[in-house]
Design a binder for this molecule. Sequence first.
Ligand code: HEC
Length: 131
Amino acid sequence: MVSLIASGFPLFDGMAETPGGEDVFNRNCSVCHSVNPPPKSAPPVVPLANRYHQKYATKEEGVAAMVAFLKEPDKNKAVDEEAASRFGLMPAIPLSDEELKAVSEWFWDQYNPVMGRGRGLGGGKRQLINH
Ligand code: HEC
């Protein structure tokens, strides 16, 4: 079992209603998404998170885009357009806004610079090469 602390369970922050992102992921997303390759029936989280970091400069933008996608998956919104042809389009996941936000924040944080081409991962306002 995943420990409560590792799953981001809100023990001490006084916000017991805020769902932990990893917890939401394990319950609603992990049937299709593995965290690291190899994929299950969808692209794994880490490479997807890397793509979000390449496309969006800030966590706010990345999370907002991801929440919008989760509410209404759309090939034209996808950061990875090939994925829908390879795996099929993702179904919309009926979760509350809080849960979608929590899971998207967790997802964004799975970024692994070793697998991407990022550097200077201090967060905040770093410049990404857009192309
Ligand atoms: C029934 C299987 C399934 C479930 C459950 C599922 N996904 Fe997906 N997901 C997919 C597939 C297939 C794709 C790739 C095709 C696409 O982009 O639609 C995808 C793509 C994505 C993407 C990339 C979107 C983009 O911009 O390219 C994100 C982010 C994502 N999923 C997050 C989640 C999260 C978070 C959950 C849980 C709340 C979840 N998925 C649950 C199948 C699933």
